[in-house]
Ligand binder design. Sequence first.
Ligand SMILES: C[S@@+](CC[C@H](N)C(=O)[O-])C[C@H]1O[C@@H](n2cnc3c(N)ncnc32)[C@H](O)[C@@H]1O
Length: 226
Amino acid sequence: MLTPENCVVYQPEFLATIAQRRAHLRVEVSALLPSPQPIVWEIGCGHGHFLVRYAELFPAKFCVGVDLILDRLERSDRKRDRAQLDNCHFIRAEAREFLLSLSAGITFEEIWVLFPDPWPKARHNKNRLLKTEFFEAIAGRAGEGARFYFRTDHLEYFAEVESIVANLKTWRRDPAAPWLLEQETVFQARAPEYYSLVLVRTSDPARKVELVAPGLPPPTTPTLPA
Ligand SMILES: C[S@@+](CC[C@H](N)C(=O)[O-])C[C@H]1O[C@@H](n2cnc3c(N)ncnc32)[C@H](O)[C@@H]1O
């Protein structure tokens, strides 16, 4: 229950900025995805090396990459334009906010997370994206058989994801599933070694979860009782 003791207090200006950003994102996303369709989603697409090549190889798939850093997205856009692709798009968004901005009927056929920020210090662990709530949230938009691809050079993050997944009903690891495209990314090129896993969406119903990015208010900011 929300009480003055456990409630984070956000400044009104901050809340207004976030609300405006979320409203813009919803407009941008619904312009890109006006009607129900499956998409391939890359989270933290960086410089776009992976997704542009992927979209080139699979012209029937509609690919959307998100990242926080503008300069990386601009490079991604340039790569996509050089390749003259119309099935590959990049949006500046925090992954959880992107997810929350999607309208009904947008589903994930694949999700790719390549070399996510590892947040190696114990006190920063809560900032990692791949947590139980996140897997439950994406399960809500992924039909049976959808795939989740994860690669990292951070063994401890990899082990944490393995143990999260072992306790999930909505996703199961598939060691035999192929890695559909080997395409070196900027961070893969720097990694001496790395670890990969592929998950498959099971038929179990997804649990409803509240998805909140660290440091950001919930999508609808609750008001405290008077
Ligand atoms: C370590 S880099 C990896 C980039 C790319 N996947 C690669 O392999 O070269 C992680 C990327 O994820 C982005 N990122 C981090 N947290 C994110 C989030 N919550 N939502 C969207 N992008 C995020 C960062 O801006 C950064 O570009």
